[in-house]
Design a protein around this ligand. Structure first.
Ligand SMILES: Nc1ncnc2c1ncn2[C@@H]1O[C@H](COP(=O)(O)OP(=O)(O)OP(=O)(O)O)[C@@H](O)[C@H]1O
Ligand SMILES: [Mg+2]
Length: 247
């Protein structure tokens, strides 16, 4: 049996953590986080504001070191790799905020998104075409300065930029935050279509109802610790989210 018992099906594990702790100053913000993300799944992290969701995803992305514990991408330990090395290994990340260059055009944003990678790992013409086909709203605005995009369009562009690196796992920090219901639905549709192409998704979400609809497994993080790891079905039928959030 694996660490999640029956929660994780027979899927191959593509990303996992074991006893991860991290923080910014003296105390750990998150501690003892152990998860296993199945290949091709949508793994969603929910929890109250300030519970450590972004901190956890930053540790996965390599922007904040894990103080203890292990992180694996497939069989490879990545805990000591830099953020660009992790992108090169197949782990792309879309931050919660400031995730595009507003002074550059949409096309330039796509181009610079893999500029930090070694030349041979940068987006190929084929990958660019693939990304533009998934994101027509981006493809139709290549010459526009990104600062003129709406909030929803910016999120789409940030999402598209991350896809330029052809990741096997995509980390999304609240992609639907602050968006109108129409854009929330569009972002979730996009997450689903990228996932349908075989990309594993780890996503933080505050739009819990919508998030549970597309998630395979949900981590409920409260006060930097795992409160529950369960399927959306179990959460909806056997648990009370309000009680869970109280810790
Ligand atoms: N750069 C930082 N330096 C110091 N403390 C930080 C930093 N970033 C976050 N924190 C603190 O870490 C805790 C967890 O923050 P984090 O951003 O991970 O929470 P979150 O669950 O993503 O919240 P939200 O739902 O508001 O996005 C908070 O107490 C926050 O103040
Ligand atoms: Mg956050």
């Amino acid at each position: 049996m694996n660490i999640h018992g029956s929660v994780v099906s027979a899927r191959e594990i593509v990303l996992s953590t074991e006893g991860v702790a991290a923080g910014y100053g003296g105390d750990d913000i998150i501690s003892n986080i152990s998860v296993a993300v199945g290949k091709g799944s949508i793994f969603t992290v929910i929890g109250p504001n300030g519970s450590g969701k972004s901190t956890f995803i930053k540790v996965l992305a390599g922007l904040l070191p894990a103080r203890t514990g292990e992180i694996r991408l497939g069989a490879m330990s990545i805990a000591r790799l830099s953020a660009p090395q992790r992108v090169a290994a197949g782990l792309a990340y879309v931050p919660q905020e400031f995730n595009i260059f507003t002074n550059l055009t949409v096309g330039e944003n796509l181009r610079v998104s893999t500029e930090f990678l070694e030349r041979e790992r940068r987006a190929s013409a084929e990958q660019r075409e693939r990304v533009l086909a998934i994101f027509p709203e981006v493809a139709g605005r290549l010459g526009l300065r990104a600062g003129y995009l709406s909030g929803g369009q910016r999120q789409m562009l940030a999402f598209a930029c991350a896809m330029m690196a052809a990741p096997t796992v995509l980390l999304l920090d609240e992609p639907s935050a602050g968006l109108s219901p129409k854009f929330v639905a569009e972002i979730f549709d996009k997450v689903k279509s990228v996932n349908a192409m075989g990309v594993t998704v780890v996503m933080i979400e505050q739009n819990v109802k919508e998030a549970l609809r597309i998630a395979d497994i949900v981590l409920v993080l409260v006060n930097g610790a795992t409160r529950l790891l369960a399927t959306p079905d179990d959460i909806l039928t056997k648990h009370d989210l309000h009680k869970l959030y109280l810790g």
